[in-house]
Design a protein around this ligand. Structure first.
Ligand code: IMO
Ligand code: MG
Length: 420
């Protein structure tokens, strides 16, 4: 059987939660493989809404097993809050539906403080991190100081915690960052107790065993342009958000990968700092933000908005070998007279069709314009109902990207989805 992967192809917030929830009906297992509570995956169904941070988006499907993979960084405090909220509102037995990789790294409260200290020290050059401790936790993982979920089973876990915390306290004081590093010690230990109720697994054995009889859906977080290697470095997150991250983050061989679903919005958004060639600073940008409700699900920050960037999108499609494209929020463009898509760049005065190495290069977008469709797409459920102008627009994108658009989302609800 296969590991199919769902990835965000832009700067995050493409609508991964909705699509995983829609696709989860076909998959008995859903697994997160990277990132942590910097993610905010929104799901809407039966008049209810949820924002998931570390819990995989298959949680609301009765028969799905959900895996928090070893590539994930887990904040016990946030995770407990998230799980308790789901259990309270839905009665779902979360401890039975989620298994956690022992090799996933733990986010300590002091990792969050270090995140804040790092950002404060960078001043104007800051990344615009969600401040959930992601960068410092992956830093400890790579520098071989981290604590892993499986460590909570060790009798000397409290000592190991104190040892890493002391390391952080030294760093925080060297940076002159004023804070109480012990403020959340009690909450952390309580949350660790809570996590002990879950099945903690050797993820690589668990996943490969499940793959013998089941297709698994791997749920990416963030987006390709935030990938630690291929994103707009240093304005990125600290994990591999592209397809290969699913192999490393779950312990699965690349030849087990099946479909690679790439999700993009019909326009672009970005939260935090960094290059965004098609960003709009005018009324059109405001309009996109208003219609698309583009405010961060994790931080509440207004998202930067702009036209669709096909150069960046084609780059992301290439890196991950996307086989099926999924277009989200098409309905948000319903009222525009003219719709623009960026089809090439002028980089420091030179024409180019590549995402540039230099993050600080001056990138001017070159646009192709399309006539708006002036139709409410939210009621369309079949391809035949879609207006001609919209179908022309889709056909252009498929030709440019050389990958078929298989799913079109026309509203936030599970039902507002057209399968092609
Ligand atoms: P989902 O899964 C949008 C951005 C932050 C910041 C940069 C680094 O909901 O798409 P970090 O907290 O990782 O240190 O932040 O990455 N970022 C996201 N933007 N959606 C996300 O996740 C994001 N996760 C991180 O805004 O610019
Ligand atoms: Mg988000």
């Amino acid at each position: 059987m296969k590991l199919d992967v769902v990835l965000g192809l832009q700067w995050g917030d493409e609508g991964k939660g909705k699509i995983v929830d829609v696709l989860a009906g076909r998959y008995p297992v859903v697994a997160r493989f990277q990132g942590g509570p910097n993610a905010g995956h929104s799901l809407h169904f039966d008049g209810k809404s949820f924002v998931l941070r570390s819990v995989p988006s298959g949680i609301f499907r009765d028969d799905a097993t959900n895996i928090v993979g070893n590539g994930v960084v887990l904040d016990p405090i946030t995770f407990q809050g998230e799980c308790e909220n789901i259990a309270e509102k839905t009665g779902i037995p979360v401890t039975e539906r989620i298994v956690i990789a022992k090799k996933a790294h733990l986010i300590l409260p002091t990792h969050r403080l270090l995140d804040a200290a790092n950002e404060a020290a960078m001043g104007k050059g800051k990344i615009g991190s969600t401040l959930k401790g992601i960068g410092p936790t992956y830093t400890d993982k790579i520098s071989r100081h981290g604590l892993r979920v499986g460590d909570i089973l060790a009798p000397d876990f409290a000592d190991r915690y104190a040892k890493l915390q002391n390391r952080h306290i030294t760093l925080l004081s060297q940076m002159g960052f004023e804070c109480d590093p012990h403020a959340e010690d009690e909450a952390f230990m309580k949350a660790v107790e809570y996590i002990r109720q879950f099945k903690l697994v050797d993820c690589e054995y668990h996943v490969n065993k499940l793959l013998k009889d089941n297709d698994i859906l791997a749920e990416g977080a963030q987006g390709s342009m935030l990938d630690i290697d291929y994103g707009s470095y240093p304005f990125v997150t600290s994990s591999t958000t592209s397809c290969s991250g699913a192999c490393v983050g779950l312990g699965v061989s690349p030849h087990k990968i099946g479909h690679v679903y790439g999700i993009f919005k019909a326009y672009c958004t970005r939260v935090g700092s960094g290059p965004f060639p098609t960003e709009l600073f005018d009324e059109t940008g405001e309009e996109l933000r208003r219609i698309g409700h583009e405010f961060g699900a994790v931080t509440g920050r207004p998202r930067r908005c702009g036209w669709l960037d096909l150069v960046a999108l084609k780059y992301a499609v290439m890196i991950s070998g996307v086989t099926d494209l999924i277009m989200m929020k098409s309905d948000c463009l319903d009222t525009f007279e003219t719709i623009k898509v960026c089809t090439s760049y002028i980089v420091d005065g030179q024409p180019s069709d590549q995402w540039p190495f230099d993050t600080f290069a001056n990138i001017e977008p070159v646009y192709t314009e399309f006539k708006g469709w002036h139709t409410d797409l939210t009621h369309c459920r079949t391809e035949e109902e879609l207006p001609k102008e919209f179908r022309d627009y889709i056909a252009f994108m498929e030709q440019y990207l050389e990958v078929p658009i298989k799913i079109i989302s026309v509203g936030p609800d599970r039902e507002a989805t057209i399968m092609r």
